[in-house]
Design a binder for this molecule. Structure first.
Ligand SMILES: Nc1nc2c(ncn2[C@@H]2O[C@H](COP(=O)(O)OP(=O)(O)OP(=O)(O)O)[C@@H](O)[C@H]2O)c(=O)[nH]1
Ligand SMILES: [Mg+2]
Length: 296
């Protein structure tokens, strides 16, 4: 029965249009599919629901069900020469009323829109030629209000990311200035994925120490970037696969480990519960960092 008394959610002001950029196999497609599916939420989660906005976005849930919930791994996203022909995914995320002090009754709602990029963009920023039209991709990024840089926390390719992000800054700089955009208003969330893996998990309460140890060059490049632009930059951990059991262990079957990172599938799909997926998106949208969304 439809609950006639359910109040209409209140839309949070902010900017929903972001781009997720990260190297190949850092987990971009899995991130979006897991967010759309939002499985096994805790009863006390501040998040009420995640819903696709349209049919194209609904495909993400089908991907999560057909692939991830069958214990399979996502295929690499096909690099498309033309950025505009990539699927655009839009999700509506509702937070419970108690999330905001002084808010009575209504759920709070915000939206995220994101194109499915492949990791080739990082290769090409380092001088590769994967066949994508890099310049068009960068133009598309400059249309967004912020970036989510997704880096596999288990990767050992710090140097590569530092180089790619330095070029990304230079290229976006030209474009944003050309469009009269205020660099200070561009938000950048740096998210380390696969944080259920031991080498990341042990640092889960100290992201600064983690970045200093595992990604010193990337961090230096990103620090310079945020200082030059005077733009907000924030760091997060996430895992699309999460933990299971008590004491908690990664809910993951690792398939292979390479210098670029970890390939894996979900171990027990019936208790699959991702963590850390909403915190960076909420921050990109509102500029607010909320510990409750970071809780593991
Ligand atoms: N351990 C672990 N593995 C993950 C996680 N998220 C994704 N993976 C694995 O990482 C690999 C790459 O995931 P994708 O989502 O295809 O990565 P992508 O960034 O979209 O890659 P491209 O499309 O090739 O650029 C797959 O083996 C995933 O199962 C996670 O949270 N933990
Ligand atoms: Mg992909």
């Amino acid at each position: 029965m439809i609950n006639a008394f359910r109040r209409i959610p209140r839309d949070l002001p902010g900017n929903p249009d972001i781009r997720i950029i990260g190297p190949q196999s850092s987990g971009k497609t899995t991130f979006m599919a897991s967010l759309a599916r939002w499985p096994n939420a805790k009863l006390d989660s501040p998040i009420q629901s995640v819903n696709p906005f349209d049919d194209e976005s609904g495909r993400l849930i089908a991907i999560a069900q057909d692939i991830l919930e069958n214990g399979l791994s996502m295929a690499p996203t096909r690099p498309d020469e033309d950025v505009h022909s990539l699927p655009l995914y839009t999700l509506l995320i509702e937070l419970k009323p108690a999330f905001q002090i002084g808010n009575i009754g209504n759920n709070l709602r915000f939206q995220v829109s994101c194109r499915e990029y492949s990791g080739e963009i990082i290769k090409d920023l380092r001088g590769g030629s994967s066949g994508i039209n890099l310049s068009d991709y960068l133009d598309d990024c400059a249309d967004s209000s912020g970036l989510l840089l997704l880096v596999d926390g288990t990767s050992r390719e710090d140097n590569h990311y530092a180089q790619a992000f330095a070029t990304l800054q230079t290229e976006l700089n030209v474009r944003l200035i050309g469009r009269n955009k205020n660099l200070r208003q561009y938000r950048i969330a740096v998210v380390f994925s696969k944080a259920e893996q031991a080498q990341v998990w042990i640092h889960r309460y100290d992201i600064q120490k983690f970045t200093n140890r595992r990604f010193p060059k990337t961090k230096e490049t990103l620090n310079k970037w945020s200082k030059t632009w005077r733009c907000p930059m924030n760091y997060f951990f996430c895992s699309a696969f999460g933990m299971k059991g008590s004491p908690a262990t990664p809910n993951v079957k690792v398939q292979s480990r390479e210098s670029g990172g970890t390939y894996a599938v979900i171990d027990n799909t019936s208790v699959w519960r991702p963590f850390g997926l909403v915190a960076p998106i909420y921050w990109l949208h509102t500029g607010k960092d909320d510990q409750r969304l970071r809780d593991l």
